[in-house]
Design a protein. Sequence first.
Length: 503
Amino acid sequence: MSVSLKAKIAEVFEEPGCDINQGKSEKERKKGCTKQLSPGAAAGGCAFDGAKIALQPVADVAHLVHGPIACEGNSWDNRHSASSHSQIYRTGFTTDINELDVIYGGEKRLFKSIREIIEKYDPPAVFVYQTCVTALTGDDIEAVCQRATEKFGKPVIPVNAPGFAGPKNLGNKLGAEAILDYVIGTVEPEITTPYDINIIGEYNLVGELWQVKPLLDALGIRILSCISGDGKYNEIASAHRAKANMMVCSKSMINIATKMQQRYGIPYFEGSFYGISDMSDTLRQIAQLLVQQGADAELMARTERLIEIEEARAYKRIAEYKLRLAGKRVLLITGGVKSWSVVAALQEGGMEIVGTSVKKSTKEDKEKLKEIMGEGADAHMIDDMTPREMYAMLRDARADIMLSGGRSQFVALKARMPWLDINQERYYAYAGYEGMVELVHQIDRTLSNPVWQRVRIAAPWGDDGETLGALVPTTPPVPATAIDPLACVAARAMGLEPEEIPV
């Protein structure tokens, strides 16, 4: 691991927003979290994968992976992040290094790849991702990117997050550090208003940002930049002129929010777009921060009027679903901001939470969860649940449905219990008031799907594999007076009848 990468990792783990760091002494905090990974510790994603996930939704940028082709294949387009403009982010670029590059170095190949991308696609910038192999062979991507920037007049941004550096979450933060070091503050916006905000840690999964943007537009609030869903390079580069920041997923990009507050004096808060009440609270907090930063105080009144209209409309639309979903027990296996934000949405739908994963949640996430669930929240907070424990909970009918990511779906299917995708691979947007209606609609559809009744019917064969009701062949009992055929032949030769022969 290079000296610069070690220093960057130590800097990331000195993050004041990290709950682990808050419990350390000043001396221990300076050391950072330098514990080496053990085999299998990066299961579910390495640092490179985390950096790619965090930055690839910047849609008009070319994302070039400097490493073997398999690295790009494993990370390309693995989220349903949508774009309203450029589609170049969906193209997989890789230097595809080979054995000779490992021996002689791959820096020349990297430079030629950058040149080819700029000449053919002309993106506003190129992001270059370091991988394990090229980091181990010593390729200096920072130097190559600097040389390419000078040569071609385009920003070429090094993202130094090789997979062996740590798990996926560390990669998220290393990607955010690249944005802080090389992008934010390099471009001035054409215009600024007192109503400009940045949304950080939002990836526009299946277009969720587009369910929130009309609400902000109705209030006259402008999204100056979104980091990184549906993002544009120049918008992110001018993000330092916003009046307030909203943090959506603090586990991935909290360092952007805290450092922008330190460098540019931009206040931030962590909010949620999931659920009716949380969406309303988020709108109020955005308006409050903007008013504190100089926006017209009438913004608060406009916000309350909008909330009143939207809440009434949303509650009316979910009323029918609540009648069928009341009392349904939900097992929520996700983590991060969803550990508490989705809980509030499910409770508004009349459902009961029997367990929610907090494995990837911050200290603030856990506190919010306790506030939402009240007494007994600790009993429902799961730090880590093995697949065997998930299966047992579902099999014993302690939950009616499981909401999780794709990796857990087969546990629910094996237990013959309904399952709904709540993570990045999903096909439905659940943000905002419209998203809340869609969420309860999809849960209702999943629970009422007749397939679950069919798969629970006992199979026509038992657990021992023998078909029930089939004729079992039996050997007829041998009578006590059974006669040996050879003995019959011998008896007749002696003039005796067979029945006279003793057995």
